[in-house]
Design a protein. Structure first.
Length: 357
């Protein structure tokens, strides 16, 4: 059964479903979900992510993690990535840190991934890069010790719910079937969580990612209890959604083009902009200190992206130089990924302000 048939059967049986349920099924249905059935990345795929664009992304993050680990007093730690895609970022982190005395010996590597297809890819990418790599389906499985955590374009894939503040009261946007048996959005009277009810603007959409909020609290709580740091990079907005940011950010992408969210679920990526305002509050709720978010471009530049590119270019062919330079521009330029993508750092309250923030 395709995920579309599965979704339609569920609506026929029980009525309309929340967008969060639609998103969770489309992306992660155990047999036919988007991340389960295909490798979505790269030119041949549907979208490209920072580690797939430039090795420098992972190298700079690797060096940053080592700096944090040294400040923490070089403890035995869990190096964890949530939503590792093809494993490219972790491979670059491990390669860039291989010569740091004692680092690889002090860490075990943990990958939180739901997709068996992508786990296989990650396994291939990471073969020989570290002796102690484990895969997990949930964060709770990652052993309780000091944590060095990275997440790139993970939170945008977590299911959201949408609420409209209509003149006649709050409504939730849900997914239903129309008379032609096609998927369709409808609005159903439903109040959002209480914190979204403050000073709402009329006829405006508000989004809430409960899964992201809850996971962030748990991660922050782990870090506050056992020590460590987390670096979360994603595209999204940072001000309060009660200002002019946010709204309806639900989107679908297939083959590098926008796609209708409700057409052929399971064959296209579905994401929503990350609400950094909410993630920041979740991290504080979990007991962490928060730095940023800062623009991805700003962070990479502060961590020495230009200098790293220059070093690589010194021994590269002209065509490699071109790729390196254009990759850096894509990651850092304000009209590309430099500003829309943001980096948030959460740390155990005993650590000083991290480099780059
Ligand atoms: N970080 C990677 C991939 C981002 S795509 C990169 O930068 O290239 C999102 C990743 O999160 C995929 O690996 C997807 O399978 C995984 N994922 C999505 N939802 C998940 C969930 N609920 N639990 C664990 N992994 C999930």
């Amino acid at each position: 059964m395709t995920v579309e048939q599965f979704i339609k059967d569920r609506i026929r049986a029980n009525g309309s479903i929340e967008i969060s349920e639609y998103m969770a099924l489309a992306l992660a249905h155990p047999e036919d979900g988007y991340y389960i059935r295909k490798d979505p990345f790269g030119v041949q795929g549907d979208f490209t992510t920072a580690p797939e664009i430039s090795q420098v992304f992972g190298e700079l993050i690797g060096a940053w993690l080592v700096t944090q680990w040294v400040i923490m007093g070089k403890p035995e730690s869990a190096l964890a990535e949530i939503g590792p895609g093809r494993g490219t970022l972790m491979a670059d982190i491990l390669r860039a840190t291989a010569n740091v005395k004692g680092f690889h010996e002090s860490i075990s590597v943990h990958l939180m991934e739901i997709s068996t297809t992508l786990r296989q890819k990650q396994w291939n990418t990471l073969a020989g890069k570290h002796t102690d790599i484990l895969w997990h389906t949930g964060f709770a499985e990652i052993p309780p010790k000091p944590l060095l955590l990275v997440a790139n374009e993970f939170f945008d894939a977590l299911p959201i719910r949408q609420y409209l503040h209509a003149p006649d009261g709050w409504k939730e946007r849900r997914v239903t079937l129309n008379d032609d048996d096609q998927l369709e959005f409808i609005f159903v009277p439903q109040a959002p969580p209480e914190f979204l009810q403050h000073e709402p603007q009329s006829d405006r959409m508000y989004e809430h990612c409960d899964a992201g909020h809850r996971l962030m609290v748990v991660i922050a709580n782990r870090i506050a209890t056992y020590g460590g740091t987390g670096l979360i990079i994603d595209y999204g907005y940072e001000g309060s959604p009660f200002g002019n940011v946010g709204g309806n950010t639900l989107q679908s992408v297939r083959e590098h083009k926008f796609h209708d969210v409700l057409v052929d679920p399971g064959t296209a990526d579905i994401t929503a902009h990350v609400d950094f305002y909410n993630l920041t509050h979740a991290a504080a709720e979990g007991g962490c200190v928060i730095y940023g978010p800062v623009g991805q471009g700003e962070l990479l530049n502060r961590l020495g992206a230009k200098e790293r590119i220059e070093t690589l270019c010194a021994t590269a062919t002209p065509s490699q130089q071109k790729t390196l330079i254009s990759g850096l521009a894509r990651l850092t330029a304000v009209d590309q990924m430099g500003e829309l993508f943001k980096a948030l750092c959460i740390t155990d309250p005993h650590l000083p302000k991290p480099e780059g923030f």
